[in-house]
Design a protein around this ligand. Sequence first.
Ligand SMILES: *Cc1c(COP(=O)(O)O)cnc(C)c1O
Length: 353
Amino acid sequence: MDIKITKTAAPAAKPDPSTLGFGRIFTDHMFVMDFNREQGWHDARIVPFERLSIHPASTVLHYGSEIFEGLKAYRRDDGKVQLFRPMENIRRMNNSAERLCLPQIPEEDAFEILKTFVSVEQDWTPSAPGTSLYLRPFMFGNDETLGVHAVHNATFLIIASPVGSYYKEGINPVRIMIEDEDVRAVRGGTGYAKCGGNYAASNRAGERAEQKGYSQVLWLDGVERKYIEEVGAMNVMFKISGEIVTPKLTGSILPGITRKSCIEILKKEGYTVSERLLSVDELEKAMENGTLEEAWGCGTAAVVSPIGELCYKDQVFTVCGGKIGPVTQHLYDTLTGIQWGKTPDPFGWTVEI
Ligand SMILES: *Cc1c(COP(=O)(O)O)cnc(C)c1O
């Protein structure tokens, strides 16, 4: 891979770590690469962070051809920076690309691009507890025509944003509303792809939940509105009578890397983990008879997020006394320990830059 690097003449001052939110501040540079049918991927470059100039007829602006990824670079105590399971993000991005008829990037090239970009921007990885450098690879169709077809031109970028600790005031369980009207995805659709369109279609339910004081919605399947799927931008897990249950990947659920990591940790430790269909009726019964012991969401941003309250058809259930449960806490400690390099990594999940 030939990656041309042009450094900025005016590097920005690094932000005060206490002011970091999520995705508001961006680093000095970005990675850009172009694709067309004749040349394939070409002109890989790291350039100063700047606005893009795109044609008003660009495919993405009309037909939503866009996919993205989200992963973090973590600052270890020894000052080095590391990534968590980046090949998983690369493979998922190519699966998303395949679904949206966008061009794939050879895995080794994508890995080299990611490592090179992070090494250029690594000084932007903050070191305060819980902070990290969030990496956002994304790709969009960029044909300059209103014709509808698989794209011939695409652009791939990576931007980076130093982000604050998700849990500044300690881990607070969230309130979640089970959405029984809108659906996020259907089997055969784009639910398993990480694409912007899934989010665009989710916003209405998210807004409604927020107005009622809930932080996110829990989606049901798009056909019967019967089976639990996932939370806004997180997968979901439950502990019911000792069994850890998470919805199986049927095609309409995003295959989260945090989800996969939680399953692997729990299985290694001898927990019973079932990836299966879980109906909202079964969940409701478990809440009524007290066998729902814990519930949590899992995703890169929050790692794990305990669910303290679930609302279904205006009935409100408290989960685990509104507190974080022991399995949730244990997963949080184990994952963050590995990610920030504070504990050994028996799985070989981390990649040093
Ligand atoms: C990204 C994402 C997740 C979580 O995936 P991770 O790889 O764990 O970060 C879950 N659900 C949706 C809809 C997502 O976009």
